[in-house]
Design a protein around this ligand. Structure first.
Ligand SMILES: Cc1cc2nc3c(=O)[nH]c(=O)nc-3n(C[C@H](O)[C@H](O)[C@H](O)COP(=O)(O)OP(=O)(O)OC[C@H]3O[C@@H](n4cnc5c(N)ncnc54)[C@H](O)[C@@H]3O)c2cc1C
Length: 305
């Protein structure tokens, strides 16, 4: 396999595959490496309804289409790549992959995405995508006129709960403390909403359901009282983790580990760019990831010139 490329992209989610497509279409030799399979978080979604031009498409179908389109332009995509070492600081960047050798390029695009923080319950894993969601914008619509639960107590938990009241008939916010960590305006907005009620000081014990979620079981941390709340949906809003641990500080990140970029999506290291959910940004969607992939690829090409 060829080892010398113009640009190496780490991550074959929407951001990475879009970058690969743009690079390859401009006749720039691009290698996209993914430690898992192609498609990123998109493959976790049963149905995607907000990607323009592809209504009612399944996540795996969208991922397959993106991969096929990038490869059709000549982009090399290598999945299940075990990256053993990386040098991003030198002018010629190097990425070592077990069993494949060392790949080099003058520019690198980091598109390693991220993951929602989970409660770590077995029942949560089992019912993920079957009533349990981590994204109100993505899945809120599926719970129109249904009673749902939102778990968390930060700004995004409260803001997302308010946005879910556009669809759900009732939203119960379950929070682990007796107070919120959100700003006062976000708390007040949620408290003013007649569709929102609160269950405070709770430890979530279990999600119950067969094919789909049916109820959320929690326990009062003070009295020990158990509550079983029937719910068609449960949104877990307890934080987000960018996949940047493996970079070991090679580029500057904020305190949450999100990569810092400028408007051209350049990092603090010359020739290294970042795109998609792994970087500092407010809205994490497929559309914003593909937008980032376009910008990062264009910036990388300008850097090469
Ligand atoms: C369940 C679920 C449903 C969603 N539904 C929707 C929806 O309906 N609409 C919508 O717009 N958005 C939705 N989203 C959000 C959307 O999927 C993400 O915003 C989008 O996938 C981000 O794209 P990305 O390319 O930045 O990152 P990701 O999709 O996270 O892809 C990153 C890729 O990088 C790989 N990777 C990680 N570390 C490394 C490394 N060190 N080296 C190489 N590769 C690495 C990962 O294996 C992964 O394939 C959903 C998310 C989830 C979890």
């Amino acid at each position: 396999m060829e080892t010398s490329f113009d640009v190496i992209v780490l991550g074959a989610g929407p951001a990475g595959l879009t970058a690969g497509l743009y690079l390859a279409r401009a006749r720039v030799k691009a290698l996209v490496l993914d430690t898992g399979s192609a498609g990123g978080q998109v493959i976790l979604s049963h149905q995607i309804a907000n990607y323009p031009g592809a209504p009612e498409i399944s996540g795996s179908q969208l991922a397959r289409t993106m991969l096929k389109q990038a490869r059709a332009f000549g982009c090399t995509v290598l999945t299940q790549a075990q990256i053993t070492a990386m040098d991003l600081a030198s002018p010629l960047k190097r990425v070592e992959v077990e069993g494949e050798g060392t790949f080099t390029a003058k520019a690198v695009i980091l598109a390693t995405g991220g993951r929602s923080r989970t409660l770590g319950l077995e029942s949560e894993t089992r019912l993920r995508g079957k009533g349990i969601s981590y994204c109100a914008t993505c899945d809120g619509d599926f719970f129109t006129d249904k009673e749902i639960v939102a778990i968390g107590g930060g700004n995004s938990a409260l803001e997302e709960s308010v946005s879910l009241t556009k669809y759900a008939s009732k939203v119960t916010i379950i929070h682990e403390f007796d107070h919120f960590q959100a700003q006062a305006w976000a708390v007040e907005e949620a408290q003013r909403n007649p569709k929102i009620s609160f269950l405070m000081n709770q430890r979530v014990l279990e999600f119950q359901g067969g094919e789909n979620l049916e109820a959320v079981v929690s326990q009062d941390k003070v009295s020990g009282q158990i509550t079983r709340l029937p719910a068609a949906g449960a949104f877990v809003f307890i934080g987000y983790v960018p996949n940047t641990e493996s970079l070991h500080g090679a580029v500057a990140c904020n305190e949450r580990g999100e990569i810092l970029t400028n408007e051209a999506l350049a990092t603090n290291v010359p020739g290294v760019f970042a795109a998609g959910d792994c970087r500092v940004k407010r809205y994490r969607q497929i559309t914003t990831a593909v937008s980032d992939g376009t910008i990062a690829a264009s910036s990388a090409m300008e850097f090469l010139r």
